[in-house]
Write a protein that binds this ligand. Sequence first.
Ligand code: PLP
Length: 406
Amino acid sequence: MSDKRLVYMDNQATTRVDPRVVEAMLPWFSEKYGNAASRNHAFGWEAEKAVEAARRTLAEGIGAGPRELIFTSGSTEANNLAILGAARMYRERGRHLVTCATEHKAVLDPMLALQARGWEVTVLGVDADGMIDLDELRAALRDDTVLVSIMHGNNEVGTIHPVAEIGAICHERGVLYHCDATQTVGKEDLDVERDGIDLLSFSAHKIYGPKGVGALYVRRRRPRVRLEPIVYGGGHERGFRSGTLNVPGIVGFARALELCLEDRAGEQARIAALRDRLQERLLGELDYVHLNGHPERRLACNLNLSFEFVEGESLLMGLDGVAVSSGSACTSASLEPSHVLRAMGRGDDLAHSSIRFSLGRFNTEEEVDYVAERTIAAVRRLREMSPLYEMALEGIDLNKVEWNRH
Ligand SMILES: *Cc1c(COP(=O)(O)O)cnc(C)c1O
């Protein structure tokens, strides 16, 4: 075991459950364990009452009405229900869908599944900052387009898409707009009415709530959105999603959003200041470091950097005890670089050398300084072993070197 201290800076993967959320959830495991669908006794009634109170809090938090919220097991399921559910429901209207190359796999994979079953999918590209082009979106919409799915804040590079503009473009053409807002609900300014969003996914565990619970907003007016269910049995959630409700999870989800919204601007400013401090130190003390993501329009918590001449996985090992993510996900036997960085035109080298630091409510300035020092030391140590870095320092343009190939 290493005696190095542990620091958690992977808050875009998941967050610690806030102790106040745990406290709100506890009675719903032990004393108040009723099934919210039990209509015959007080155990059921009080569970249903708690679920409906949570539904109101959560709906209000995104500018929706309580009857527009469907509880799910998280954003993965919410995204699947939105995309598969709308595509199947409106298959007679058209079979064309639009999404974006930097979406989470929980959007891209259901899109691919539909493509394999006869739907046509247009995948919009992004610029070097990870931003879509609204004119490209306009041009992609056709008479048979039924749904656009474009996220709000990106989970890898933090770029924030202009959701209100996207919503307006979709509504002009009578196309439904689904937004994966898992990274922004409770953090960024968001309102489904004002922003013209018809379907919106979010999840408790990204906002200091428990894992395994999320929600899909489904618009009921102008237009009324209908979905074919993907889970059948019992007709819970007005038939959109059957299955016994996760009462403690739902109670915790609502408490978590409430806490985020109590001081949303203040908390985001504090997290952004920590992120900026980390960024300034790393960019100030190391050379050949590149910022991934939009320099201004980005999430307060996100810092995604590529450290040239350093392999991300080696850097992760050098940072043991510090929990961060790298841009190369270890899938099966191959090291596959991030599809997000690739879509932004980053070469495989820079994608492989990327690290995502994501800050949150429980990080401190002291932790930021510690992580900065550890990262600077680890990068320097790895570069000492890199002949490429040495050549770059000598002013040799590596792109012009004629490598001796065998
Ligand atoms: C975490 C995340 C998901 C998946 O959410 P789960 O609740 O873990 O299923 C989907 N989209 C984005 C943008 C995310 O960050």
